[in-house]
Design a protein around this ligand. Structure first.
Ligand SMILES: [Zn+2]
Length: 279
């Protein structure tokens, strides 16, 4: 009887697939759209959040284009924006004590001791910080405390702009939930990364350029804390077209939302050191 039942349901399932196949596909297509949406009920809203956008540094990364894109989106989300192309803003104590979130896109360049101190103090006290590519992960090469805050530092992108895959390694986190692995053509960042960050996506190097990094798995997306502040990083973002890739923009936008919540939401606990017996 059990066998007969199984056969009956299998047959029914087959008939349903045959009859409603196109409908199912349409639903799947809609689902695809949903998963790259930037809004998630699990992530904090940006409405009335005080957000500081700071942009500049190496011009090859088109920092003004990034700032404009971010500004347009954050405005739509209802954030209260301050936008600056000067690192001097980090010494504005009143402003830095008030901001909920800093979005920085500043590749290389120099930051003064006072500017760095202002930024790090704000994050330690609960301002979130979010960014991508060299704008956060290769900003001030002389400043190790800054790098300690970010949780990683760019060291190479072997081969320049190449084809590679991004693998979602934590599909439970609201930042990556529903997003599938995807391929992209841009710089593949090889980074030195803090083993205590929460890694959400990775990429694997082939060794085609440098054989000693063959099969090396390097984080692409991570989140962490620095004091009370939430830190979000995505290594993609070399050129404006990379933000047109739905998965990239979805992860960045969701990461920005997540980072904006440190002053309002309890600290998340998920330490999982990569090395050592504590894992
Ligand atoms: Zn780049």
């Amino acid at each position: 009887m059990a066998v007969l039942k199984l056969n009956f349901f299998k047959l029914l399932a087959l008939m349903l697939i045959l009859a409603f196949g196109p409908v199912v596909n349409k639903a799947a297509a809609q689902q695809m759209k949903v998963v790259t949406a930037t809004v998630s009920p699990e992530l904090p809203s940006l409405k009335n959040k005080k957000v500081l956008i700071v942009y500049g540094g190496w011009d090859g990364h088109k920092p003004d284009a990034f700032a404009k894109r971010m500004e347009a989106w954050l405005e739509k989300e209802g954030a209260i924006l301050t936008i600056s192309d000067s690192l001097g803003i980090y010494t504005d104590e009143a402003l830095m004590a008030e901001v909920d979130l800093i979005v920085q896109y500043w590749t290389m360049g120099k930051i003064t001791k006072e500017q760095e101190a202002g930024l790090l103090k704000a994050v330690r006290n609960g301002a979130g910080i979010a960014g991508c590519h060299g704008g956060l992960g290769d900003s001030f090469r002389d400043n190790t405390e800054y790098q300690y805050m970010v949780g990683g530092q760019w060291v190479a992108h072997p081969g320049g702009e190449i084809d590679y895959s991004v693998n979602i390694v934590n599909g439970d986190d609201p930042v990556t939930k529903g997003i599938e692995d995807f391929d992209i053509h841009t710089e593949q960042y090889y980074m030195h990364v803090d083993p205590n960050v929460k890694v959400l996506a990775t990429t694997t190097f082939t060794g085609g350029q440098n054989d000693w990094i063959d099969r090396a798995v390097i984080p692409v997306v991570w989140k962490k804390y620095y004091g009370l502040g939430r830190v979000f990083y995505l290594s993609i973002g070399h050129s404006p077209d990379t933000f047109e890739v739905p998965e990239v923009w979805a992860m960045l936008a969701r990461g920005v939302r997540w980072a904006s919540g440190s002053k309002y939401l309890p600290k998340e606990e998920w330490m999982s050191p990569v090395y050592g017996p504590g894992r």
